[in-house]
Every structure is written in C-alpha cells, then in structure tokens.
Design a binder for this molecule. Structure first.
Ligand SMILES: Cc1cc2nc3c(=O)[nH]c(=O)nc-3n(C[C@H](O)[C@H](O)[C@H](O)COP(=O)(O)O)c2cc1C
Length: 384
C-alpha cells in the first residue's frame, strides 16, 4: 500500500472516530417549554452549551475563522456612552411601543432569521415563533428554517420572510409567492452569504450538522403544508437585478440584510428598498468586517429617514438596544440570544429573553430620561 493511501485511510479513520465521539457527546435535542429566570442574557450561553453538546453549540455560537468580528460585535458597544437627559420630567414608565412597516410591536425587537433551529429544540422555529409572538415582537423566518414557512406563519404574530435567493427563478418566485400567501408582510433579502459560514470549532467537532438537520426537518414538517417544497441552491453572483426581481416577484417591501456601508444603504433606498438590516450575520460569514454598532450611525445618516433600519449582531443587553436606537436604528434583531433561550426553555424561554431585553430597555430609558422610542435620538449617545 502506498504511503499516501495509508495516511488517507488513517486520516479517514481518525475523522470517523471523531464523528462517533461527537455524536456520543451530543445530548438529545432539547424539548423543554419553560420560562427562564436569569440575571443577564449572556448567562444563558454556558447553560445552552451544556444542553446542546459541543457540535450543535458550535453551530450556534461560533463565528467565522478567528472570530474577531464576533468579539467586536460585543466590544464595540463600549465605543459609545449613554448621555442621560436628567430632570426631563417624564412619566415613570417609558413607552416602548413602536410600529415598523405597519406592524405594531410591544418594543423594537425582532427575532433574527436563524436557520437550523431543529438542532436547538424539537419544535424548532415553531417554538421561536410562538415565544416571539407572546412577547409582542416580530419574527423573521429563515429560508433555511426547519419548519416550513407556512407552519412558521401560522405560529407567528407579525412576521417577515428572510430570503436566500435560489438560483432558479421559478423556485424563487414560488417561494416568494408562498411567503406572501402565508401572510409575511416584508422580505428580508440576505446579501452577505456567499460562502459556507461554518466556524472552525464546528469543523473540529466533527458534528454532522446537515444529516441532523435533515432528520429534524423530516420530523417537524411531516404532513405539514409546504413540506418537501424545493428551496433550490442559493445564488452566489448577486446583483441589483436580483433585488429588482425580488421586489417584482414578491410584491412586498424588501429590505437588504447584511448592509455595512452608507453607500450601499443609500443605493438600496434609491432602488426602492423599504429599508436595510445593518448586520454582519453575527460574525458568522466573514471575519474582519466592522462591528455593526460602529457603522450604524453613518448608515443612518445616509438613509436619512427614507427607509427602515434594523440592526443586529451582538445584541445582548437592553442598553445595546438603546444605543442602537440612539444611533439611528428603528429596531434591533436578536439571533443567538433567542436561540440560547430556545434550547433552554422552548417557546416560553424565547418569550423570557425577549421580555428581559424589553425590561432592560425600559430601565435604560427610564434612567436616561427617554419617554418613548421616538424620543431616543443622537443626543442620548456620544463617542466613549
Ligand atoms: C445558528 C445561526 C443561523 C443563522 N441563520 C441565518 C439565516 O438562515 N439567514 C440569515 O439571514 N441570517 C442567519 N443568521 C444570522 C442572524 O440572522 C443574525 O444576523 C445574527 O445572529 C445576529 O447576531 P447575534 O447572534 O449576535 O444576535 C444565523 C445566525 C445564527 C447564530
């Protein structure tokens, strides 16, 4: 046997042994439904790690390569300080209600689109949708969902549909028309996913995420409307013609998700987009790009109130939400925070995290003298 062939076999055996070890360490997918008591959202991460095991947790929590952007997403909130407006004479309870593209929300908080939720809870996106609805917030369903878009729509209150554009326009049209028929009121078109976002840790874990996800989807969607409908392969060479196509094919307001520059934000608005989602995919797609809170202010100036601005990536505190609103966001979206809660408490857990963030936002608003969401402007924040 040649040396090359022998080392290939030894290598393959090592990978198989690692895969067996990984599945032995993976606990059954959580199925609990319980309210969560905790002091800080970040406290949930190590508990979720324990509940999920190394493979699924790496899928959820990991960032791209060296994870600089992942860390910056948290660190960069410290680049901004809150400027309280004392003696403002406000009523004791600030009002967090807001309306985003016609959807009335109890607070400017959405659940970000997250694919693969079947790895985190047996009821996957359905529990997330129910928890988000119970909190009075908005659900963004992912194209890479475990449940079908029709199932998620039925479980949701206000809802948008996130699109990974299929390269086949027939498949894309049918997906968008199903989303519209199911009651989604906007399309969030993700533009930053041009490669696989697997973290190094997920690769090291040897966890077979795709096989686990297929099994979860088969279980969650059995007999459901939309089960087995094609989602196609994601188009990689995206351009403005695709944005125009999505606007026409859906007939819905379209927001671009993954915007990190004022120039792109301005172009989006000029080309008829309803808004942008300032996002770096939670540091999962490309390491080395800016933290979103750092680019939010200039993007808001470029949009100049002509479109909606959603901001995500790194939101773990009500004060993070406050800073994002002060820098010009209309709303924030939470990814991992909601998913840690999904793993630990299902629908009730997701509700707990949404309400905790809202409570912290209320506390920040009260302490800083902001009576309503509209009142939060640039005067409440300065460079730290
Ligand atoms: C496990 C996981 C799966 C994700 N799947 C998608 C997806 O299918 N579509 C998408 O546009 N963004 C996806 N995202 C990115 C989120 O929408 C969001 O941008 C990010 O989670 C925000 O950062 P945060 O997790 O720090 O809140 C995913 C994020 C995570 C953690």
């Amino acid at each position: 046997m040649s040396l090359d062939r022998r080392s290939a076999i030894v290598g393959a055996a090592a990978v198989m042994a690692k895969t067996r070890a990984a599945s032995a360490q993976t606990p059954p997918t959580p199925s609990v439904d319980q309210a969560l008591k905790f002091v800080a959202v970040e406290d949930l991460a190590p508990l979720a790690a324990k509940a999920l095991g190394p493979g699924p947790y790496a899928f959820l929590a990991g960032g791209h390569t060296d994870e600089w952007t992942l860390r910056e997403n948290r660190e960069a909130f410290h680049h901004f300080a809150i400027e309280p407006h004392y003696l403002a004479g406000n009523p004791p309870t600030p009002d967090t209600k807001t309306t985003i593209l016609g959807s009335q929300l109890a607070a400017p908080i959405m659940t970000a689109p997250v694919g693969g939720q079947g790895l985190f809870h047996t009821r996957a996106d359905l529990a997330t949708a129910e928890g988000t609805k119970a909190a009075g917030h908005l659900m963004i369903a992912s194209t890479a969902s475990t449940a079908t878009l029709e199932q998620i729509a039925a479980a949701s209150g206000p809802k948008w549909f996130q699109l990974y554009l299929p390269d086949d326009r027939g498949v894309a049209t049918s997906l968008l028309q199903r989303a519209k028929a199911a009651g989604y009121t906007a399309v969030t078109f993700t533009i930053d996913t041009l490669g696989a976002g697997n973290s190094d840790e997920l690769q090291r874990s040897g966890f077979a995420s795709q096989a686990a996800l297929q099994a979860a989807a088969a279980r969650v969607t059995a007999g459901a409307p939309g089960a087995g409908a094609p989602r196609g392969t994601s188009k990689r060479n995206l351009g403005w013609d695709d944005v125009e196509f999505i606007q026409k094919a859906s007939g819905l307001p379209v927001l671009l998700k993954g915007v990190l520059s004022p120039t792109l934000a301005k172009q989006a608005i000029q080309r008829g987009c309803a808004g942008v989602q300032v996002s770096n995919h939670g540091g999962r797609q490309m390491d080395g790009v800016h933290a979103t809170i750092d680019v939010l202010g200039p993007i808001a100036e470029a949009v100049a109130g002509k479109g909606v601005i959603v901001m995500d990536s790194g939101i773990r505190r009500g004060s993070d939400i406050f800073k994002a609103l002060a820098l010009g966001a209309d709303c924030v979206a939470i990814g991992r925070a909601a998913m840690y809660a999904l793993a630990l408490g299902g629908a009730q857990g997701v509700r707990s995290v949404h309400e905790k963030l809202r409570d912290e936002l209320i506390a920040t608003m009260r302490a800083s003298g902001a009576a309503s969401i509209k009142a939060i402007d640039r005067s409440f924040v300065s460079k730290a």
